[in-house]
Design a protein around this ligand. Structure first.
Ligand SMILES: *Cc1c(COP(=O)(O)O)cnc(C)c1O
Length: 427
């Protein structure tokens, strides 16, 4: 459930008319709902009530400082995958002991920054990483708390680009080799092995792959304990999917997920960590765009928007579906017609939807892409020298710009001209 509903014929973000935000900041833009963000965080937090747990928001989904601060104040920890994310989390007020560091390619520099700044744990993904982490920890006179990310070889049944738990994926250590790797970790004095980590993919719409993976983690926990390791923490990753096509999808709820976690792992007495990203931020955001032209093509009509693939790349990158709704509520039973919904970027990949049934649209109308709060703004670029679009956060009847649109001057001046080129001569 989100807080973007029609009221008196117009779309609202909580208690703010979306059209008012468009008038204030210009289109396109992202808008996020505080109430939805917090509601989704709490849904996970409550789903794990009864077990010692921490919900670490996977901030790669949406790492705006105001979003992080909102979630941190609700009690969230953070899952980070880079130095930049670590520093963002700290800047948003998240203490080091609530930050977990994931990722297959942590550099020595990133490891050092996190160890010096304070970290809850590293989720280690390979033996060479273990060696590097041990060396940096010893050099700093510290002991790094770690889990080892295991690859359970289960099929997450999601888009190939976001499946991470099959043996052919680059992630984690094959679960069959885990005991050997834990034995190695236990011999490294700069490491303190505290648990197991697993993350099998993103946008999972079924609990079965999670359950298969967690049963393997339960078995491994018992084996590792028998081998003499102290396993007190299980990091179960993220990945629970959201309904992008609200008319025909109903992925499991956080409460179902929590019950499954209790059932498969509860008896082990471990502290549970989860790393949801998409399910917290996805339905908490819209991308709002304006129709520039309606163009009649050969047998089809194009809705040409001012938003493009550089602003929201998910349809081009993952063949993703986003519901696209008009800001003015269509009359009940209004006739619909098919449109190809596209942006202005100079490639055919800049297509948001093909033959999408919508009520008749005209130039200047506003539309909203639903479920655009996760993997939207964070994946945007300035391709075609289009400025990064603003982000806005709504809280009740208030709204604030939380990242402004850069000026073209700022964009141009980010580049520099080498000395050997002639200075620009105004003619
Ligand atoms: C991407 C990722 C997540 C978050 O996935 P969602 O599908 O957004 O919940 C969590 N943990 C790790 C290690 C990831 O790579």
């Amino acid at each position: 459930m989100d807080h973007f509903l029609y009221r008196d014929g117009a779309l609202f973000a909580e208690d703010v008319p979306v059209a008012d935000i468009a008038a204030a900041v210009g289109t396109p833009f992202y808008v996020y709902s505080t109430a939805t963000l917090v509601r989704h965080f709490r849904a996970f937090d409550e789903a794990l009530a009864g077990m010692d747990h921490l919900v670490c928001y996977a901030m790669k989904a949406n790492s705006n400082q105001a979003v992080l601060r909102t979630l941190a104040q609700a009690g969230a920890g953070m899952d980070v995958v880079s130095e930049g994310e670590y520093l963002r989390a700290r800047a948003a007020g998240v203490p080091g002991d609530k930050i977990v560091f994931s990722g297959v390619g942590k550099t020595e520099r990133e490891i050092r920054v996190a160890l010096e700044g304070g970290i809850r744990q590293f989720n280690v993904e390979s033996e060479p990483e273990m060696v590097a982490l041990n060396a940096v920890a010893l050099e700093l006179g510290k002991v790094a708390p770690i889990t080892v990310r295991v690859n359970p070889d289960v099929d997450a049944k999601t888009h190939a680009k976001i499946a991470t738990g099959k043996s052919e994926n680059k992630f984690g250590i094959p679960i069959a080799r885990a005991r050997e790797v834990y034995a190695m970790a236990a011999k490294l004095p700069g490491l303190n092995v505290i648990g197991i980590d697993v993350h099998i993919g993103s946008q999972l719409t079924d609990l079965a792959p999670f359950e298969q993976a967690y049963l393997k983690v339960a078995e491994l926990t018992e084996q590792l304990r028998a081998d003499g390791h102290v396993i007190t923490r299980l990091d179960l990753g993220g990945g629970l999917g959201i309904p992008y096509e609200t008319s025909n999808e109903a992925p499991p709820l956080p409460s179902d997920y929590g019950a499954m976690v209790q059932r498969t792992l509860g008896h082990l007495g471990c502290e549970i960590e989860i790393e949801p990203g998409r399910l917290i931020a996805g339905n908490a955001g819209l991308m709002v765009s304006r129709v520039i032209y309606v163009k009649s093509g050969e047998g089809r009509d194009f809705l040409i928007l001012d938003g493009a693939m550089n602003d929201l790349i998910r349809p081009a990158m993952y063949d993703a579906h986003h519901d696209i709704v008009p800001i003015l509520e269509p009359a009940a039973g209004a006739e619909k017609q098919p449109y190809d919904v596209v942006g202005p970027v100079c490639e055919s990949g800049d297509t948001f939807a093909k033959q999408r049934d919508m009520v008749p649209m005209k130039a200047n109308d506003l539309v909203a892409f639903r479920s655009a709060g996760a993997y939207g703004a964070v994946m945007s670029s300035e391709y075609n020298s289009r400025a990064l679009i603003p982000e806005v956060l709504v809280h009740g009847d208030q709204f604030a710009v939380i990242r402004r649109r850069p000026t073209f001057e700022e964009m141009i001046n980010r580049d520099s001209i080498p000395e050997w080129l002639e200075p620009h001569s105004a003619t």
